[in-house]
Write a protein that binds this ligand. Structure first.
Ligand code: PEP
Length: 254
């Protein structure tokens, strides 16, 4: 698996049903018409829209469907959760795992995040593993160690093959939804550290093949500079993925 330039949209808990169907169809049409076929595009809508959107977007469309979360157990008494296996059955290709909002608002700890990564891979889908430091860690200058620990706890245990099938999204928490994006230099520093860390653990070739996305107030204006950094392979996009034009412009920024 080589590195693939990727634009992934995280819709979070947004969009009414008709808006979601319209947004998806606009994005799919624009992607087909305008985005280079070497670029991977993914949308991660709220769970309730996955099945209808999965039916709208054929499996061989250049636009792929992802989920924002899943639970690792195959079935059982887990009220309100959705099994990873159920998403696989629906034809989902990607699952965001360990987003900082899940970690902070819903108490997801490293151990659960690791189980989720395993379950996504076991079910034949690709995890988008999120990591990133809060502001106080950035201010203390310990952000590189913090992110390396998250990588170590979340994905270091994977086989070479599984690791290369995993997307990593570096999302500094202070940049998410704040309008304060990391500078290209700040993003590149951490992406390079992630690649070095994986290189030390698994070897240079595996590290060179991993796709590492940046997330945090990425938009059509700042994407070209961020995506031109050597170790930045695209973005996980929140707010700017809710407008077809801006999301597709981001996907055209490579
Ligand atoms: C996100 O939630 O993954 C994200 C990057 O959000 P935003 O682009 O809105 O900062």
């Amino acid at each position: 698996m080589a590195r693939i330039n990727t634009a992934a949209g995280n819709w979070k808990m947004n969009q009414q049903p008709e808006e979601a169907y319209k947004l998806c169809s606009e994005i799919e049409n624009m992607v087909k018409d305008e985005v280079d076929s070497s670029v991977r595009t993914i949308i991660c809508p709220p769970l309730v829209y996955i099945n209808p959107l999965r039916r709208m977007v054929s499996k061989d469309s250049p636009l792929k469907i992802g989920a924002q979360n899943s639970y690792p157990e195959p079935k059982g008494a887990y009220t309100g959760e959705v099994a990873t296996a159920m998403l696989a059955e629906m034809g989902v290709d990607y699952v965001i795992v360990g987003h900082s909002e899940r970690r902070m608002l819903f108490g997801e700890v490293d151990d659960l995040v690791k189980k989720k990564v395993d379950a996504v891979l076991e079910n034949g889908m690709t995890p988008i593993f999120c990591c990133g430091e809060p502001l106080e860690i950035r201010d203390s200058g310990k952000h590189l160690e913090y992110v390396s620990d998250q990588i170590s706890n979340g994905v270091s245990h994977l086989s070479d093959n599984d690791l290369q099938n995993t997307l990593i999204a570096y999302e500094p928490i202070w940049a998410i939804g704040t309008g304060r994006t990391a500078s290209p230099e700040q993003a590149q520093e951490v992406h390079k550290e992630i690649r070095n860390f994986i290189s030390n653990e698994k070897g240079k070739e595996i590290a060179a093949n991993i796709t590492i996305l940046y997330g945090g107030s990425c938009n059509a204006e700042n994407a070209p500079d961020l995506f031109s950094c050597e170790d930045v392979d695209g973005g996980l996009i929140g707010g700017a993925s809710l407008k077809a034009r801006s999301f597709v412009d981001i996907a055209k920024s490579f």
